[in-house]
Design a protein around this ligand. Sequence first.
Ligand SMILES: [Zn+2]
Ligand SMILES: [Zn+2]
Ligand SMILES: [Zn+2]
Length: 175
Amino acid sequence: MFLTRAAGVTAGLVGLAAAVPGQAQAAPVIPAAGTAQSNWRFCPKCYSMFFFGYADNGRCPAGGAHTAQGYNFILPYGGAETPNAQSYWRFCPKCYSMHFEYYGPGPCPAGAGHTEQGFVFVLPHDIAAPPTSQSNWRFCQKCFVLFFYGYADNGRCAAGGAHSAQGYNFVLPHA
Ligand SMILES: [Zn+2]
Ligand SMILES: [Zn+2]
Ligand SMILES: [Zn+2]
């Protein structure tokens, strides 16, 4: 069953699918072939999740462009919300950050508000984390981006100061 399922996916997703056996709660995390995008990364300057697929790396609220560190996240998009997956997460083509659009545009480090482009991501939250996932990703109620809440200082926010966590604990799949 796994070989069949893995056959049509990208190289980046094969490793993800291989981690599924034995993980009873893995179903909401594992995207079907063609419904996830890789190259999402953590920025160690601002702690935001940003898309690393373009040469200039967007705009970082800590100054200059984002830099990439750590895991290569593979984030699911499309489909409906579930009790453990939230929709309305989008790419901002100005700063490259993953942000929540439902409340309207949060402040963008590239000026004015975030804008939306491309896929509508549906991100898993509040589930038991499979080995190839990282928890502690949160919504910032000040700038609306997705940021890593695993360090004491909470990075740098486009609304000033550090990010401020609210709501769900996102558990995000990576390679
Ligand atoms: Zn950054
Ligand atoms: Zn932005
Ligand atoms: Zn923020």
